[in-house]
Design a protein around this ligand. Structure first.
Ligand code: BLA
Length: 507
């Protein structure tokens, strides 16, 4: 794997970003050997940052003085599993007022990061007012809009975006607030590769990342390798960790000077990011970062609740459809009207844009669907796939190039066999994802595909996303497939009843 800082565009997926070997100099870092608490490594700026006239290496924790020394030497043990411990303290001969964040590295050493206290005062906050605003949002969109507004209000960043990841890790700017003179990124999509897997794993553990100034001069950790272990310091949990130069280049190319990014965790998974951009340098103190982390936690919990509600809604809509069919049969003997008199009842449960039913040789459709001839061909192709009763693909035209021309309306296909004895089929369609994008960039304009980080930009990201998702629709979820199964069962039940009634009438 490329060492920190040496990655280019073709291999940055594996850059060891947790082994950064340097910090952002708005704070200072020291490493204490276990178990005797002697300082063995320090960021190059540590002595001057903390007002010591000499390097700190070789000193004991006692030399740090006061509350900090007491906490380290006499306080409860800090395990490698515990989250960083914050200690307000005065440090060094000048009695500098600091906040120290202490955690234990996987190698056993204690890592202490300092920031000056009171440098960026938190704006007056009323959490009791903010939380109800979030909790009352009734849809995912309004929740995320509200979240972006709240983050902008409390942090003061120029732009706040809620990035949402899809099943494959591609991202979408799902909500945004910004200073009015800034270009909008709302609706912007970018490929999964813009945020490497290693970084995503790290962001699940370290939930708040601050880049105070893209033009910072990294302060190296000296010596770079631990005298105790001979290895690079694992900086996964350091808030001062240097940011990967590739990502910094990306931000520079966008004209962004500072960022704050907070992980949105939903049911234990990285669901998305709250990404804040500023066009001049900016940082937030520990108190404010903690408020952000807490709010992200509340938002994540709300998202989980709304998503489970929406999953339930798909099944509810499928059951409602069954009820409609029974009503239609009672009224005029035709269950199919229940599916096709309006488009919503059949499309809503699956979030589809079109549907077609082939029943006893006849075709009925709703929404946006291929031609009748094409539907018959699709059905012929589908029959052998339907031995399990259900078939789903998000890239039909790639699976079967003969149908590639249908991709704009039928990249996504979900089909159920109504019964095993007949050729009757119900098919739902979803359009190609690129069609659903509203962003103004022209993805067909050529962009360089080279290894040069100076090419990085949201435009290039968008164009790459465009290439990757060509011919694919939004993925069908397990919930979609479950709802389709329910609809299939209700139709086959109704069909059995309906046939029985027809036989009775015929006699
Ligand atoms: C990290 N890339 C990131 C992060 C974002 C993006 C949001 C997380 C930063 C954080 O949590 O602090 C991507 N940011 C974007 C995009 C927009 C934006 C798309 O504002 C659009 C508006 N990045 C690339 C490519 C590579 C890459 C091609 O675009 C590698 C081939 C690497 N991105 C990369 C790395 C990181 C990253 C290495 C980790 C940065 C770090 O935490 O040190």
């Amino acid at each position: 794997s490329p060492a920190f800082g040496s990655a280019n565009l073709s291999n940055c997926e594996r850059e060891q970003i947790h082994l950064a070997g340097s910090i952002q100099p708005y704070g200072a870092l020291i490493v204490l050997r276990a178990p005797d608490h002697v300082i063995v490594q320090e960021s190059e700026n540590a002595a001057s940052f903390l007002g010591f006239g000499r390097k700190l290496r070789g000193l004991s924790a006692r030399a740090l003085g006061g509350a900090l020394a007491d906490r380290i030497l006499d306080g409860p043990p800090i395990s490698a599993r515990s989250i960083p411990v914050a200690v307000a303290c005065t440090v060094g001969p000048k009695k500098l007022s600091c906040t120290a964040l202490i955690h234990r590295a996987p190698s056993g050493e204690l890592v202490i990061e300092f920031e000056r206290s009171g440098e960026t005062a938190p704006s007056p906050l009323d959490l009791q007012q903010l939380v109800p605003e979030l909790v009352s949002a009734a849809s995912l969109q309004s929740l995320c809009d509200e979240a972006a507004h709240i983050f902008r209000r409390i942090t003061g960043y120029d732009r706040v975006m809620i990035y949402r990841f899809d099943e494959e890790g591609h991202g979408e700017v799902f909500a945004e607030t910004r200073k009015p003179d800034l270009e909008a990124f709302l609706g912007n999509r970018y490929p999964a590769s813009d945020i490497p897997q290693i970084a995503r794993k790290l962001y699940e553990r370290n939930r708040v990342r601050l880049l105070a100034d893209v033009d910072y001069r990294p302060s190296p950790i000296v010596p770079r390798l631990s005298p105790a272990t001979g290895a690079d310091l694992d900086m996964s949990l350091c808030f001062l960790r240097s940011v990967s130069p590739i990502h910094i280049q990306y931000l520079r190319n966008m004209g962004v000077a500072a960022t704050l990014v907070v992980s949105l965790m939903v049911s234990g998974k990285l669901w998305g990011l709250i990404s804040c951009h500023h066009y001049s340098s900016r940082s937030l103190n520990l108190e404010m970062r903690s408020v952000c982390e807490l709010l992200a936690e509340v938002i994540g919990t709300r998202i989980a609740a709304l998503e489970s509600f929406m999953r339930g809604r798909g099944e509810l809509a499928a059951r409602r459809l069954e009820q409609r069919m029974t009503e239609w049969i009672a009224r005029d003997g035709d269950w199919r009207g229940a599916l096709f008199d309006q488009s919503r009842p059949l499309l809503l449960p699956l979030g589809a844009t079109g549907a077609a039913l082939l029943f006893e040789g006849e075709i009925q459709t709703t929404g946006e669907v291929p031609s009748t001839e094409a539907i018959r061909e699709i059905a012929r192709w589908l029959r052998p796939q339907l031995v399990q009763g259900v078939f789903a693909t998000a890239s039909f035209g790639m699976l079967e190039p003969e149908f590639a021309a249908l991709s704009p309306i039928a990249s996504g296909l979900l089909a159920v066999a109504i019964s095993n004895q007949s050729d009757d089929i119900l098919i739902w369609f979803r359009p190609e994802r690129v069609r659903t994008v509203t962003w103004g960039g022209d993805p067909s304009k050529p962009v360089s595909d080279g290894d040069d980080p100076s090419e990085l930009s949201p435009r290039r990201s968008f164009a790459q996303w465009h290439q990757i998702v060509k011919g694919t629709s939004d993925a069908w979820t397990a919930g979609d497939i479950r709802a389709a199964g329910l609809i299939r069962t209700s139709i086959s039940d109704v069909v059995v009843q309906f046939r029985a009634v027809r036989i009775l009438i015929a006699q």
